[in-house]
Write a protein of this length. Structure first.
Length: 175
């Protein structure tokens, strides 16, 4: 992975862009709301200061090429509605994990599908990844449906040692 800055990615309806300090209210919501985090094991963000620290950590990690992390917005509206990332890269930078979250008021509109299609395209064509994985809770039906719709396969013989309730999905680049 050799990027000098996080590229803005556009789809038909969306702009995927780097997080900014004024995204802190939405980051606080996404990382603390019980509904958004029902199936996610991660540290909660409890204050605006926590949200600001998270944004700083994410942007530093982008600069250090540890991950790629986009804020999801509707074109012509800069307000953050979700996030999507490629992270947990293999040592040879051929495998990455995708992660995502979306504000509940934007569920069931095809937004995360559109964002995921854009990220898969970028990951396979630009980064030349061989495989993209996704770890999702076994009971998170919307996430499982999204992954299956985008041709991910459930890897039944693998376990997530950090969360045994997760299923691991994978998709490979067409060579």
């Amino acid at each position: 992975m050799k990027i000098t800055s996080l590229p803005k990615l556009q789809t038909e309806r969306l702009l995927l862009r780097q997080l900014k300090e004024n995204d802190n209210q939405v980051i606080l919501f996404l990382r603390s709301d019980e509904g958004v985090n029902t199936f996610v094991k991660r540290p909660k963000t409890n204050t605006i200061e926590d949200a600001n620290n998270f944004i700083d950590k994410i942007n530093k990690g982008i600069d250090e090429q540890n991950w790629l992390f986009w804020g999801i917005t509707i074109k012509d509206n800069p307000e953050l509605i979700g996030t999507i990332c490629l992270w947990n890269f293999s040592e040879d930078k051929k495998i990455a994990e995708v992660g995502y979250d979306l504000h509940p008021k934007f569920h069931k509109q095809g937004i995360m599908n559109e964002a995921l299609v854009g990220i898969l395209d970028y990951g396979f064509k630009t980064l030349e990844l061989d495989t993209i994985e996704a770890f999702t809770h076994k009971n998170n039906e919307p996430s499982k449906k999204l992954l299956i719709k985008n041709n991910f396969n459930h890897i039944e013989h693998r376990e997530d040692s950090d969360n045994l309730d997760n299923f691991i999905f994978s998709i490979s680049r067409n060579k």
